[in-house]
Design a protein around this ligand. Structure first.
Ligand SMILES: NC(=O)C1=CN([C@@H]2O[C@H](COP(=O)(O)OP(=O)(O)OC[C@H]3O[C@@H](n4cnc5c(N)ncnc54)[C@H](O)[C@@H]3O)[C@@H](O)[C@H]2O)C=CC1
Ligand SMILES: O=C(O)CCC(=O)C(=O)O
Length: 393
């Protein structure tokens, strides 16, 4: 019988993505010993992640809701879907800039409160509209912090709208840099972006280095009346600093995707309910990408787009495959090969790659591997996880 796999689902995942899982896969919210977990924004910190879990698939970009370090120590890759929801977020950032520049929220509120039975309504509309007069995006300067999948798309769209764009990303990839329009000006620091831009849009992951990236020390250096857009994560911005800057009219608006007890309903706040990736297209793209990655990993050990492991793929040329997650320390490959040689197993093909502290090895051998050999490899110091993935007859 073909291998059966069980996938624990922690959030609603697009049906189009779930259909990518072969029929022998069982999915559900109450699976006790899953082979993998599929998640969107559910907080997995503090969750008792069963020992059976071999992989986690995040149908989205940010992985700050997943205990990635603890998973690395267990040799469990955490997959995400780079770029799959970037266009959806870009479009909402454009909405955010327009909401702020044209006073749309206040205007909608004004219209909702009009008395439609009032014969003076038309006059009141014409009188009232002057309170909501705004300004145009063309000619304004946008500063983008984080030029990854989303930041680059936002930069491109802003240039097409006639905006001037500054971008800051100390670790920009070569591909991202190539994708940027030539008009985007390179900033050398967050401070430089804040100094020049009327709109500042944040597109960084939430990690220790980006927590409180916008804070009481630097928010005052923004241009008077600037608009701060945060579609990244709540923790990237210090909310107390934002409220103080709004109260002093230093900051014009704070547009974000993260409502909180501190900011909701306060003047100058435009908060959306974490809607950035909530389009049918983005949900499908993310779910399809991550489901495919999970299947390839569970069945063949191939890794594509894990945030804690290198990309490692090897075509299947032999029936018998071992997939080994190990610490990136000397002599791991030597010890693994020795264990196989001592068991009389001939290596048909092998690949080993490392990324930071983690390494990953795929080994195809020419004959069946016994549980004793697998156990012997698992006991090598530095080996974190071993899986035996024979092809089904
Ligand atoms: N509101 C929503 O629904 C969504 C929010 N997000 C958030 O947006 C973040 C970015 O997403 P992507 O662009 O897809 O990720 P990405 O990984 O493609 O880009 C992130 C970029 O930030 C840069 N970066 C990291 N630290 C930085 C720093 N201190 N200063 C400047 N740049 C820095 C990285 O070098 C990278 O180029 C995600 O991590 C997530 O938190 C992503 C998708 C949807
Ligand atoms: O799944 C979602 O709606 C959240 C998307 C998001 O925040 C991300 O991809 O980082």
């Amino acid at each position: 019988m073909a291998n059966q796999f069980q996938i624990l689902i922690l959030n609603q995942i697009s049906a189009t993505g779930l259909k990518r899982l072969p029929e022998r896969y069982t999915t559900g919210k109450d699976i006790k010993a899953p082979d993998a977990v599929l998640v969107r924004s559910a907080d997995m910190h503090g969750m008792d992640i069963p020992a059976s879990v071999r992989a986690i698939g995040r149908a989205g970009a940010g992985t700050n809701n997943i205990p990635v370090k603890a998973m690395s120590q267990r040799g469990v890759p955490v997959f995400n879907a780079p770029g799959a929801n970037a266009n959806a977020v870009k479009e909402l950032v454009l909405v955010g800039m327009l909401l702020a520049a044209r006073n749309i929220a206040g205007a909608l509120d004004f219209v909702a409160k009009l008395d439609t039975a009032d014969p003076e309504m038309d006059r009141k509309v014409e009188d009232g509209k002057k309170s909501f007069a705004g300004y145009e995006l063309a000619g304004q300067t946008l500063g983008i912090i984080g030029l990854g999948k989303i930041g680059c798309l936002v930069a491109d769209a802003a240039i097409k709208l006639g905006m001037n764009v500054y971008g800051y990303d100390p670790e920009i990839t070569v591909d991202a840099a190539w994708s940027l329009p030539s008009q985007v000006r390179k900033a050398h620091s967050v401070a430089e972006v804040l100094k020049h831009a009327q709109f500042i849009s944040l597109h960084v992951p939430l990690v220790d280095a980006t927590r409180n990236l916008i804070n009481a020390d630097n928010i005052g250096t923004m241009k008077h009346g600037a608009v701060l857009l945060n579609f990244s994560r709540e923790g990237v911005v210090n909310e107390a600093a934002v409220l103080a800057a709004l109260a002093e009219k230093k900051l014009g608006r704070y547009v974000c995707d993260f409502p909180s007890a501190a900011i909701n309903g306060r003047p100058g706040i435009i908060a959306l309910p974490h809607l950035g990736a909530s389009t049918q297209e983005a949900e499908e793209n993310c779910a399809v990408m991550v489901a495919d990655q999970l299947v390839d990993y569970l069945e063949h050990g191939n890794i594509q787009n894990a945030v804690n492991f290198p990309n490692v793929s090897m075509p299947r040329e032999s029936t018998y495959r071992l997939a080994i997650a190990n610490a990136n320390v000397p002599n791991m490959v030597g010890q693994i090969s020795t264990a196989l040689a001592q068991a009389g197993l001939n290596i048909h093909n092998m690949v080993n790659k490392s990324r930071g502290e983690m390494a990953y090895t795929l080994v195809d051998v020419d004959s069946k591997v016994t549980p004793q050999v697998i156990d012997g490899i698992a006991r090598i110091e530095g080996v974190l996880a071993v899986r035996y993935l024979p092809l089904e007859a």
